[in-house]
Write a protein of this length. Structure first.
Length: 172
């Protein structure tokens, strides 16, 4: 199977997860507002909404990485001499991979510390709610690995990968 097929499938999976989380978060917040307005506030909606927002953030970061739409400085890459660009890209990618590997490792360790804890207002294990950290880090690593050949190819060719380049590559 080609990398483009894997990329499209992974992107579709992340899009579905993000849309579902966004819809559930929207529903919880709207329900919380309605119940508060009629005088029967839901004691759990703030806490559940915060967890859903964290999940949306951590799962969405993988989608952002796959679409090459996370924070970057393409102008800085373009300003470097062509011979330096590939080296700079490799160093940057190594730093990104190192950070997210550490986030996944320590996120997993935090889950062990939280074993047995539940949310204050709902009987949901905190391990489940905080699992978004290592899972999100792994999703980001997968997305970054999928994009790595294009990033290195662009750097070697002397151009900075930007959103337009990523979109063109995704449609090829």
């Amino acid at each position: 199977m080609s990398l483009a097929i894997w990329r499209r499938g992974f992107e579709r999976l992340l899009e579905i997860i993000v849309v579902v989380l966004l819809l559930v978060l929207t529903g919880v917040v709207i329900a919380g507002i309605i119940y508060r307005e009629v005088g029967h506030p839901l004691p759990w909606y703030d806490e559940v909404a915060a967890v859903l927002l964290a999940w949306l953030t951590y799962y969405g970061v993988g989608l952002g990485a796959l679409k090459r739409s996370h924070i970057s400085v393409p102008g800085l890459v373009r300003a470097t001499p062509p011979r330096v660009r590939l080296t700079l890209a490799i160093i940057c990618e190594a730093c990104v991979f190192a950070f997210f590997i550490l986030l996944a490792i320590f996120g997993w360790e935090v889950l062990g510390v939280l074993a047995g804890e539940t949310l204050v207002t709902v009987d949901i294990p905190v391990m489940l709610t905080q699992s978004a950290i290592p899972i999100g880090a792994i999703l980001f690593l997968i997305a970054e690995a999928i994009c790595l050949p294009g990033i290195l190819r662009d750097a070697a060719a002397g151009r900075a990968a930007d959103e337009a380049t990523a979109i063109v590559e995704a449609t090829e």
